[in-house]
Design a protein around this ligand. Structure first.
Ligand SMILES: [Mg+2]
Length: 448
């Protein structure tokens, strides 16, 4: 059996753990720079506020106290996600995180009844230890587990844990109702093409001849059909093919033309990209940098410079990539422009192992352990524990996040304060509000 553990409204649930007053209220979490809504509580969905609604349109509702809007607090969500994975590892032999709030668990050799019990235990434990609500879907394949999870979320009588066997009448009934586009891995385009052939439900896809599907569509779709029958054939590795390029880019909280600030932003993006590069065990041959001004400001001069710096030999060493960043910025920087966004892209990636095996090439890793050590420390102790060059903690180019909650689990200064004396509670609230205000003021400061 394969289980999929998926947190309900993950970002909002993380916020509620540390601010229980949000429980039962319409809560939304906003994107970078507080631009639009990217996560909604059930109550907010019930108000018909769509995903991606621009924050400024909701400002009125927020002022009237009818909804709560929070800046995204990725540090908190990332840490809660790591804790969720750890809790699962304590309970299950084999865990594979799939996204920030979805994790597969592999339960080979367990009976159906044992899987059901384990699912219930895990769900209770995560709620109790972490405060997060999750649902668990159990089935013989990834595709059916995803579906079981969907059912556990939608149908309350399952109480958050749904086990589907391949050939039960329940599974058949579900698949007959389910539009094929809701099947994991079937995109809108494939669904349209399937509809032309009269395949509209998940059940019809399951009944298709895999050989025909392979010939007319793709091997992935043929496998999906087999998965719906209960034959496990999707490898997690196949789902996560190494990327061909890696990009990290962000809009600034506030436009800037100061070279040192642009350099700091690019440096940070480069470090993040290099981490991702090493995670997927690739090397990069070239570094592309870019800056863009705010194209909506027609009153300001516009420029979108970029620079591409090829590396002497493929590398995953942050220091070499940072040197390319420095060189690239020298090339593309022009004074007199207010830039709104910066990005770093690593291009032309090669497989690190294959590359190093070829005898004619010099070793590209002068200090293989150094980068591994940096990554391990940052994974264990938190992002940016070790970093290259200076990065101001709250530099003006950093994200706008006027409504961010505290980083309760990763920042000493922002820990939760507990007390029973009404005076202490009031004092803690005042302190929290002062911290928020100070943060907002720092971000709003005029620039030299
Ligand atoms: Mg989720």
């Amino acid at each position: 059996m394969i289980g999929l553990v998926d947190a309900n409204n993950f970002y909002v649930s993380c916020e509620r753990v540390f601010n229980p007053a949000l429980e039962g209220k319409p809560v939304g979490v906003m994107s970078n720079n507080d631009g639009c809504v990217i996560a909604r509580s059930a109550e907010m969905k019930a108000m018909d506020i769509p995903m991606g609604a621009p924050s400024f349109q909701l400002e009125g509702l927020r002022r009237q106290g009818k909804i709560h809007l929070l800046s995204s607090n990725y540090e908190l969500y990332g840490d809660m996600s790591a804790r969720l994975a750890q809790l699962l590892r304590d309970a299950c032999p084999d865990v594979a995180p799939y996204s920030i709030d979805e994790m597969f668990i592999y339960l080979d050799g367990f009976s159906d009844a044992q899987c059901q019990t384990l699912g219930e235990v895990v769900r209770r434990r995560i709620r109790r230890y972490l405060g997060l609500p999750v649902c668990v879907g159990l089935a013989p394949t990834h595709t059916l587990a995803k579906l079981a999870n969907h059912v556990a979320k939608k149908q309350s009588h399952y109480q958050g844990v749904c086990l589907l066997t391949a050939n039960s009448p329940t599974t058949a009934a579900l698949l007959k109702q389910l539009p094929v586009s809701d099947v994991w891995g079937v995109g809108r385009r494939i669904a349209e093409r399937l509809a032309v052939s009269g395949i509209r439900t998940a059940w019809q896809l399951r009944e298709c001849d895999p050989k025909q599907l392979r010939k007319r569509f793709s091997v992935v779709l043929a496998r999906t059909a087999l998965e719906l029958r209960g034959t496990s054939c999707l490898e997690m590795n196949a789902l996560e093919q190494p990327r061909q390029r890696i990009m990290t880019s962000r809009s600034f909280g506030k436009a800037t033309g100061v070279k040192a600030e642009l350099h700091a932003a690019l440096r940070r993006h480069a470090q993040r990209s290099a981490e991702k590069l090493r995670q997927q065990k690739s090397l990069t041959r070239a570094v592309l940098l870019f800056l863009t001004t705010n194209r909506h400001r027609k009153d300001q001069p516009q420029l979108a410079p970029s620079a591409m710096i090829p590396l002497a030999s493929p590398s995953d060493d942050t220091r070499i990539i940072l040197e390319a960043v420095r060189e690239g910025l020298e090339q593309m920087y022009r004074p007199g422009f207010q830039f709104m966004k910066a990005g770093v892209m690593l291009l032309d990636l090669v497989d690190a192992q294959q590359y190093q095996l070829s005898l004619l090439r010099p070793s590209t890793k002068a200090h293989p352990h150094l980068m591994n050590t940096v990554d391990t420390i940052n994974q264990r102790m938190g992002q940016d524990t070790i970093r290259f060059g200076m990065t101001e903690a709250e530099a003006p180019w950093q994200l706008r996040c006027a409504h961010r909650s505290n980083r309760y689990t990763t920042c000493w200064d922002e820990l939760m304060e507990a007390g029973t004396h009404p005076g202490a509670i009031a004092a803690a609230r005042v302190k929290r509000e002062q911290q928020q205000l100070a943060r907002a003021q720092r971000l709003a400061q005029p620039r030299a």
